[in-house]
Write a protein that binds this ligand. Structure first.
Ligand SMILES: [Zn+2]
Length: 723
């Protein structure tokens, strides 16, 4: 019910007696305040009067004409108001002015409800009273305030003792000390950071907690003393709990009465300035104190001071000091409410073109600022609350975490969006032709989300010869000579690299010497004609020595790296220079059979369902240096490959598949399934036979973007829930 309806119930002004209409009754708890900094832009009429709504803690600037009307408001009806204005000012009452004023009072709920509104309001109140204990708990879990002190008299009495803090010379000195402290800490930056590591202990956490409490108390006193010094009153100080986190507050609402905007800005900034002062002094103390508990306390004070004042308090997008500072600097009181109203209006007009009047007159940069501030705040808070929800989920135990997650996301993100959507639905009849455009755009987006689209599945892979085999040394040995080059054709068993092992040579030589010795003794024996039995022993030893020589010679002859299959030397390890020692585990060469090429790679579980044997695609090398090759999928692994045989694809070797090393093998971090695809066409065409890293691009089964995103999200959630 608006004031327009109150004055013109049937749309025909002449039909009813306007004079008999009652004026809505003003709420008793409102205060009319004279003075106060002007919240208007240059060029607008300055407002010297404000209405303070203590229930909502809001201020409304009003002009002289409105104050004059409100002064006569008690007369009760439009007719009597008309008579009173005529008697006082000697002029006719402007009905439009009255109508605008009533609208303003009703929109901002500054009047007692008129009868038509009462029913709806009572129903709403009854519903509010029926709130279940759960809802009450939920609401109080999110926000409640505990006033602790009425500090006004105390602040006034003790103000003289802190008077020196308001002297410009003090702040000049503090600035010099601050710069000095920062300079000195920068000289000992490593030690400063090292202290940080020391603080992760029970005593460290306790000193962070205590310094946080101290810094925050001083911060509030900063607001309080500055407010009192500027001549305003400080009604309460206390603790507010936001999502169970205690936050000290100082009620400086009275500062709205102050004549100059600069004074309010100073009160807003005082808390932060005190924190910075504490940080400066603590930083200096850290520099000069000897190592120990006191120095750790100074470190805690310094870091909490710097971080809180710079990172938390300066942020205008949360309702901390930075917000009030920003609002007062701009001279826009109730910035958040006004900008949210503007942001909502802007969105509704953009989407549906309702043709609603703008919530307040603002143009150009001011309008852009109000709308921009609303969206900046919403986007920031969306990510902040999502972040808090994730933190809660990770650090509380899981069940409570999921509950708190739901509360955070539901209360701070889903509910406001839902409320706005309800408004859109309720006003669906009103929307103009713009709604058609919006609907088409939304339909288009939904279509793009739902229509299956043949995405290309990208699979990290290597392209190699279908048949290939590695060559190793049979035992640790020294390289004598290398007989082949890369690209050379070889036959199975052909020697690629000749090796030598000095210990075999040595053993061989001593075996030969022993053999000769035994032979000599045996020759002398038969000449002497001594005991036959001893000759038999010597003959057996001679035989053994001959066996040993034979074995060593065979081992020496095997001392070579040979081609395992017929083919072409695809790879030859670099630095195979003669004289170098090698072990039996290093792959020295790769011999590949030219003719057929195959791409082998790993697909994740998500894309696995979208490809199958027979699918077509192409292979593209990593550096895009070669022509792409058409491929046909020939095999899709049924079980996850673990470890990864194609280790060049593992992230531990610079490849794209996430992996970790364990026992000398690359293990996939997430399930990876092997896929092999045969290259079609002429395999020789300009391709070196080495392994080429790249990706398979397979035209997989069509899937909608929406389903794809949904699958990926559920995948992550399942993985997290299982973790
Ligand atoms: Zn503050």
């Amino acid at each position: 019910m608006t004031a327009a309806a109150t004055l013109e119930p049937t749309g025909a002004k002449d039909d009813i007696d306007v004079d008999s209409l009652p004026l809505p009754q003003l709420r008793q708890d409102l205060r009319l305040i004279e003075g106060g900094a002007d919240g208007q832009e240059a060029g607008e009429a300055p407002a010297h009067w404000r209405i303070h709504d203590p229930a909502a803690q809001r201020f409304f600037a009003i002009d002289r004409a409105a104050v004059d009307l409100l002064a006569l408001w008690r007369v009760g009806t439009v007719g009597r108001l008309r008579a009173a204005v005529r008697a006082r000012d000697g002029r006719e009452l402007d009905l439009d002015n009255v109508q605008r004023l009533i609208e303003f009072l009703q929109v901002n709920e500054l009047v007692h409800p008129v009868p038509e509104q009462t029913f709806a309001r009572v129903m709403r109140q009854r519903q509010a009273m029926k709130r279940s204990p759960g809802e009450w708990l939920l609401h109080n879990y999110l926000f409640f305030k505990v006033p602790l002190a009425r500090p006004d008299a105390f602040l006034r009495r003790t103000l003289p003792y802190v008077g020196g803090l308001f002297h410009p010379a003090f702040w000049a000195g503090a600035l010099v000390l601050g710069l000095l402290g920062l300079y000195l800490v920068s000289r000992q930056w490593e030690a400063f950071l090292a202290t940080f590591a020391d603080m992760f202990s029970v005593s460290g956490i306790v000193s962070f907690g205590l310094s946080l409490a101290l810094v925050k108390t001083l911060h509030e006193l900063g607001h309080g003393y500055t407010a009192v010094r500027m001549g305003s009153r400080v009604t309460t100080m206390g603790v507010a709990f936001v999502v169970m986190t205690p936050i000290l507050y100082t009620d400086t609402t009275d500062a709205w009465r102050l004549p100059r905007r600069r004074q309010r800005v100073m009160i807003d900034a005082a808390g932060m300035v005190v924190e910075l002062l504490v940080a400066v002094l603590a930083t200096l103390a850290w520099v000069f104190l000897p190592d120990g508990g006191v120095r750790h306390a100074a470190f805690a004070l310094a870091t909490t001071g710097w971080v809180l004042s710079l990172a938390v308090n300066l942020n205008p997008l949360m309702r901390f000091d930075g917000y009030y500072l920003f609002s007062d600097l701009l001279g826009i009181p109730n910035l958040q409410e006004r900008s949210f109203a503007m942001g909502r209006w802007w969105l509704r007009e953009l989407l549906f073109g309702y043709g609603d009047p703008q919530p307040e007159p603002a143009h150009g940069r001011r309008k852009a600022l109000l709308v921009g501030f609303a969206y900046a705040t919403w986007i920031y808070r969306f990510f902040l609350f999502l972040g808090i929800a994730l933190l809660v989920y990770h650090y509380f135990f899981k069940l409570l975490g999921i509950f708190l997650f739901a509360v955070e996301v539901g209360w701070f993100i889903a509910m406001p969006v839902w409320r706005e959507m309800k408004v859109w639905f309720g006003r669906r009849q009103e929307s103009g032709s713009r709604a058609v455009v919006t609907a088409l755009v939304i339909l288009g987006l939904a279509g793009a989300l739902l229509v299956p689209f043949p995405y290309v599945v990208r699979i990290p892979a290597v392209l190699t010869a279908t048949q290939q085999a590695p060559a190793f040394a049979p035992r640790p040995a020294r390289i004598e000579s290398v007989h082949v080059r890369q690209g050379q054709a070889v036959r199975a068993g052909q020697v690629l690299i000749e090796l030598s092992a000095p210990e075999i040579e040595q053993q061989l030589q001593s075996a030969h010497e022993r053999h000769q010795l035994i032979q000599d003794r045996l020759g002398r024996r038969s000449a002497d004609g001594r005991d036959l039995s001893e000759s038999l022993v010597l003959a057996r030893e001679l035989h053994l020595e001959a066996d040993r020589i034979h074995g060593l010679e065979r081992e020496r002859s095997r001392l070579a790296v040979r081609a395992p299959i017929d083919g072409v030397v695809a790879e030859l390890t670099s630095e195979l220079s003669p004289g170098r020692w090698i072990d039996e585990k290093t792959r020295l060469a790769l011999v590949a059979k030219p003719g057929a090429l195959e791409a082998r790679g790993y697909v994740d579980a998500e894309d696995l369902r979208r490809i199958e044997a027979g699918d077509k695609g192409r292979f593209v090398d990593e550096l895009r240096l070669l022509d792409s090759r058409d491929i046909d999928v020939v095999r899709v692994g049924a079980a996850a490959a673990d470890p990864l045989d194609n280790w060049v694809l593992a992230s531990t070797f610079g490849g794209p598949v996430p992996a970790r090393m364990q026992g000398g093998k690359a293990l996939a971090e997430h399930a990876a399934f092997e896929v092999a695809a045969a290259a079609i066409g002429d395999a020789h065409a300009g391709l070196p036979l080495t392994e080429i890293r790249g990706e398979m691009q397979i035209r997989g089964k069509p899937q909608s973007l929406g389903l794809r995103v949904l699958r990926r999200v559920s995948h992550v959630l399942v993985r997290e829930a299982g973790a």
